[in-house]
Write a protein that binds this ligand. Structure first.
Ligand SMILES: [Zn+2]
Length: 284
């Protein structure tokens, strides 16, 4: 059965200030993101799905509405979904000093676990902005990171992974292309190559590929490809994106219909990243 993993990048309202086009701040969009998380939770009940939510840590800090989303984080965990970290305030990791990099990794995990309680353990990390895309030891270089490793440890996936391992994370979602792959496929990575990106593990730590993003036709193609070849598939989505364009919510509804058919035929199971990795490690 194909294992489908939806990873939601839950940026929370603080990221509208610290990261994404801060001068386009729209208050209503902050409220809509939270409403969209509720729609997503509803879809999980319909599909019998478990999702992974990578939450910006500041949302789990005690503050004021709409920035304080502790009640949402608690609801996500209570419904059996995985909560991962999406950094503390959606920083551009390649620009951080070693101290800042360590603190965003450490503080986000601490505060999310504190918010959920019950000895919950945050195991996953999703890179804000999908950066860095460089991974020096894998000969993957992206000028778009705009900083150079090892002057900046956050400018290489390997550098970030070192801090994550130190703080007992188990996985990170990555998006990178080695030089040889870029050269072999200079005209842009083909869909099939991207759908077939592999999981990679080193010393018990896992690098999780991103196969598709949002819920347009490309993602539907990825689902059909994964079912046909019986491959695991990781899809990245953003609750905030549903409000950005109406088409995005329509696409998600279509996606739920398509996936629901596969679920009924027992061709797809929607699971969390950590449950999938446990299955790979222990065969349970
Ligand atoms: Zn994000």
């Amino acid at each position: 059965m194909t294992k489908l993993m939806l990873v939601w990048d839950y940026d929370t309202p603080i990221a509208r200030i610290t990261a994404t086009k801060p001068y386009n701040y729209v208050f209503e969009a902050c409220l809509e993101e939270e409403a969209n998380v509720n729609l997503i939770l509803q879809s999980a009940r319909e599909l019998g799905a478990k999702y992974t939510f990578a939450v910006v840590g500041f949302g789990a800090e005690k503050s004021v509405a709409p920035f304080d989303v502790r009640h949402v984080v608690q609801k996500i965990a209570a419904e059996g979904h995985e909560v991962a970290s999406h950094s503390w305030k959606h920083e551009w990791l390649p620009f951080l000093t070693p101290y800042q990099l360590e603190k965003t990794v450490e503080r986000s995990k601490f505060i999310l676990e504190d918010c959920i309680g019950d000895n919950y353990q945050v195991k996953g990390f999703v890179l804000p902005h999908d950066r860095p895309m460089s991974w020096y030891s894998k000969l993957a270089f992206s000028a778009g990171d705009r900083a150079v490793y090892p002057v900046f440890p956050g400018a290489s996936i390997g550098g970030v992974a070192g801090y994550l391992q130190k703080h007992n994370y188990r996985w990170v979602r990555v998006n990178y292309r080695p030089l040889w792959q870029k050269l072999a496929d200079w005209n842009g990575e083909s869909q099939k190559l991207r759908f077939n990106r592999q999981f990679y593990s080193s010393g018990g730590f896992h690098f999780v590929p991103e196969h598709a993003m949002e819920f347009g036709q490309n993602t539907l193609d990825a689902v059909q490809w994964a079912v046909k070849h019986n491959k695991p598939l990781v899809i990245a989505g953003h609750p905030g994106a549903f409000s950005f364009r109406k088409e995005n919510l329509d696409n998600f509804k279509r996606f739920v219909d398509v996936v629901g058919n596969h679920v009924n035929k027992k061709e797809i199971e929607l699971t969390t990243i950590s449950d999938y990795l446990n299955l790979q490690e222990h065969g349970r």
